[in-house]
Ligand binder design. Structure first.
Ligand code: NAD
Length: 494
């Protein structure tokens, strides 16, 4: 086996000292970072460290972003960031530093290798060896939310072509460079035909450029179930942000311990490496935390900066330590484990094993020539875009769509006709069902009368008419076709 922990290798020359930014975070963060850095130093990692403070103390000092401006400058200058977990205080408008770091620095790819270390770590899945590649910047994580009526709140799901192309290409490159056989895509495009449909379409388009790699697509619900049940059938899995968030935790958990997983967040210029787990405040300060997750992040970082030999040395020593049964309390199991150790003792054991390889577990041999081919996104020729109508969203307290349709009749400028009303996506007029439950949030679709070519002025007139007739319009969404193909969803039941 080779390369399953490998990471993108940027142009940085191996074995020149690399300045990296380190944040010890809070909770168990400082303990696991100290242990990790000690192992890196002992293994001969050629790094120089700039330490910054992020997390709870910064938040509670009144900085709602959890990080000072000067710290951003250091992260951007060094381009490589090793971060311990941090605690985001509940409520109070505190912004998640993890989400902002990924988005500010354009870290579009989140990579989580999930491998089982059977029989040394208890797992129901001894054959598991998958890499989850999660889109990291868009989807519902754009965080664009609005309350629109008393009863309905909206969160915009944004899937872009550049975002999808970048992550899908990254997944195929990952598979190509590291000799993986298959890339699977998870979406829910049977329901979200436009947004997830675009992701799936891009997967098919880019996948066609990699004939040697097997490709498949699963609907996310059954795909996630299959990961939980039979992970050995998967290899590399790529998916949009929210699904990736959930499925990567499931995948890490079923390897036997979330505490063992590391993750890389890769962008075009910067990269951040971390443990999958959080700051575990319940065990903070006790010196018993497992530093393996952060160490795995650090190994990915070393590969990323071209120090593959050091990465390999650490990874093999770590595997040997796990195999020796030297375990922290979270993975300790009578019978399998040999020695229960604390954080410092675990790091000592890994250091003592540097230069050794595991005997039963498969040792790693990282590729020294890992190069990703990630050309910049090329915008395609603009399509012919035509306005086909408008969805006018109304806040109305009634429950009978037939009454609302009557109220909407005066909104008639001779150019646009009411063609459909939906409530939470399901058609309720014409010919709705009495049984359908309705909220106070109504989508009223207007289409042009025969022969009329609609314009933005028609929509403005429609909004003015709604205002004149005392209807509470919340927003409009224009209906478009691109190159003659209608690009909006139908009402469910339409
Ligand atoms: P958590 O991952 O911190 O803890 C979950 C469970 O796993 C706890 O029982 C904990 O004791 C255990 N655990 C986690 N890491 C361990 C380790 N290295 N060694 C031994 N046991 C370990 O999740 P949580 O309790 O939901 O979150 C705690 C805090 O962490 C929250 O404030 C959350 O916002 C934050 N968090 C931060 C990050 C990050 O910085 N990347 C990620 C997730 C959660």
């Amino acid at each position: 086996m080779s390369g399953q922990y490998d990471e993108i290798c940027l142009a940085t020359k191996p074995m020149t000292k690399q300045r990296i930014t380190v944040a010890k975070g809070d909770g168990i963060g400082p303990e696991i970072m100290d242990a990790t850095l000690r192992i890196l130093n002992a293994a001969g990692a050629e790094i120089e460290i700039d330490e910054i403070e992020v997390g709870e103390r910064v938040y509670l000092s009144g900085n709602t972003s959890g990080i000072a401006k000067e710290s951003w400058n250091i992260i951007r200058r060094n381009k490589v960031f090793l971060k311990s977990p941090i605690t985001t205080p509940q409520g109070g408008g505190y912004k998640s530093l993890n989400v902002s770091t990924r988005k500010f620095l354009g870290l579009y790819a989140n990579i989580r290798p999930c491998i089982s270390l059977h029989p040394y770590i208890s797992t129901k899945h001894p054959q598991m060896d998958i890499v989850i590649i999660r889109e990291n910047e868009e989807d519902l994580y754009a965080g664009i939310e609005h309350q629109q009526t008393d009863e309905v709140v909206q969160c915009l799901k944004l899937i872009s072509r550049p975002g999808s192309e970048k992550i899908v290409r990254y997944a195929f490159e990952y598979a190509r460079v590291y000799g993986r056989k298959k890339v699977t895509c998870f979406t829910k495009d049977n329901i979200m035909k436009q947004s997830d449909g675009l992701f799936h379409q891009v997967f098919d388009e880019i996948g066609a450029e990699y004939p040697e790699i097997e490709k498949e697509h699963w609907i996310i619900d059954i795909g996630a179930a299959k990961v939980a049940d039979t992970p050995e059938v998967f290899d590399v899995i790529v998916m949009p942000n929210l699904y990736g968030d959930v499925v990567s935790d499931i995948a890490a958990q079923i390897t036997g311990s979330v505490g063992l997983g590391g993750s890389a967040n890769i962008g075009e210029t910067c990269a951040m490496f971390e443990a999958i787990h959080g700051s575990a405040p319940m065990i903070a300060g006790q010196g018993i935390a497992n530093p393996s997750g952060l160490l795995q992040g650090a190994v990915m970082m070393l590969n990323h900066i071209g120090q593959t030999e050091v990465a390999e040395k650490i990874q093999n020593a770590w595997l040997k330590t796990i195999e020796d049964g030297v375990h922290t309390v979270d993975i300790y199991k009578e019978g399998t484990s040999k020695k229960k150790v604390n954080t410092v003792e675990f790091a000592d054991a890994v250091i003592a094993n540097l230069g050794q390889k595991p005997v039963q577990l498969v040792g790693v041999e990282f590729r020294k020539d890992a190069k990703f081919h990630l050309p910049p996104y090329q915008r395609k020729a603009q399509k012919v875009k035509a306005l086909k109508g408008v969805d006018l969203f109304i806040h109305w307290h009634g429950t009978d769509a037939n009454i609302l349709a009557e109220m909407l009749k005066p909104l008639n400028n001779g150019k646009m006709n009411l063609s459909m009303i939906t409530n939470r996506g399901i058609k309720v007029w014409p010919e709705g069902f009495e049984e359908t439950f309705c909220t106070d949030h109504w989508r009223c679709r207007y289409k042009p009368v025969d022969g009329h070519i609609p314009s933005k002025s028609d929509i403005i007139e429609l909004l003015q008419l709604a205002e004149q007739h005392g209807l509470d319009s919340i927003k409009t969404e224009n209906l478009y076709s691109f190159d003659g193909v209608d690009a909006y969803s139908l009402g469910q039941g339409q």
